[in-house]
Design a protein around this ligand. Sequence first.
Ligand code: LMR
Length: 396
Amino acid sequence: MFENVQIAPPDPILGLTEMFKADPNPDKINLSVGVYQDAQGKTPVLETVKEAEKRILEQENSKGYLPMTGEPVYCAKVQELLFGEEHEIIEQKRAATAQCPGGTGALRVVGDYLHTLHPDAKIWLSNPTWANHNTIFAAAGLKCEKYEYRDAASNGLNFDAMCASIKTIPKGDVILLHGCCHNPTGIDPTPEQWSIIGDILAERGILPLVDFAYQGLAVGIEEDRAGLLELAKKVKQMFICSSFSKNFGLYRERTGALTLVADNAEQASTVMSQVKLRIRYNYSNPPSHGGQIVATVLSDSELKARWVEEVAEIRDRINEMRHLFVKTLKEKGVDQDFSSIIDQTGMFSFSGLTKEQVEQLREKFSIYIVGSGRINVAGMTRDNMDRLCEAIKSVL
Ligand code: LMR
């Protein structure tokens, strides 16, 4: 059965990491996959994560299965982080959460849920969006559509075009919105704009699915939930897929969650019962370790406070690189205006580099950037900045 199988194309993001690892050039630079690197170019384990792991090692007394929806303490902490501790959604038990293997696992479970319970619903994705969104939902059998997002001229949000295209989405369809730190552009709506988006969704009966993978990397843990909370004022029902890959650095532990918000507690548990079925036939129940780490840190006020600082250190370093990148390009006499990158948030920015320029950077300089021109600012360091900007200048 295997004779006629053709080799699959490399993944547009993770395939580049495979190429990067195989590249023998000692000066290679990886600005492709969204993984944080510190000033030394290393992806560190957070201090609070190390401390939590020590405690888990001492205290853990079973490797029995978790429930299909994961560890209840973890799920409660996820909700507190999403909405804030005393939010009415939590108090009225309108939310139900399932621990999932990464944000990706959560997205796939939502995809399966929608495909089986609402087979005619299409899912609307921003143009552009994370390369894997289309493939996850297509694999679940959903039809994907696009709504307007980025204004190419200003490299900012084209809010009018975004609203106009959302107004064409039929009732009963689903829209995926990035909670903050839009991937791949780094361009986010303001809280006022979120409120307007919420009005349109409520008026038209469109279900929001918020992909919230970067909480804390834009402005702060609490500030970054502003968009989600604006939306929650306007619509009663939504899905949220969240992840601790970036803000806890738990990439390989696959630590995410699917949270649904319903009209009331009874509806939330009914919908969750259907979600559980999809979990059971996908992966049965989630892996435990990452969730234990998050629950340990967020349940201890000192550890939590230190974690908030660690997230701030990550965010500040990325922002410093944004400024240094734009400044270094200017100093090198590059005419093209990259200054919009300073205002963008999270790990990514759209550089405006073409596919050909991206290829040249890889082939001539061992600099790895996603084909769309998306750059992972978190892969820049003071040490690689000069070489990076010199190389960009030479391909422009
Ligand atoms: C990215 O966009 O680079 C990250 O979210 C990692 C991934 O899985 O693609």
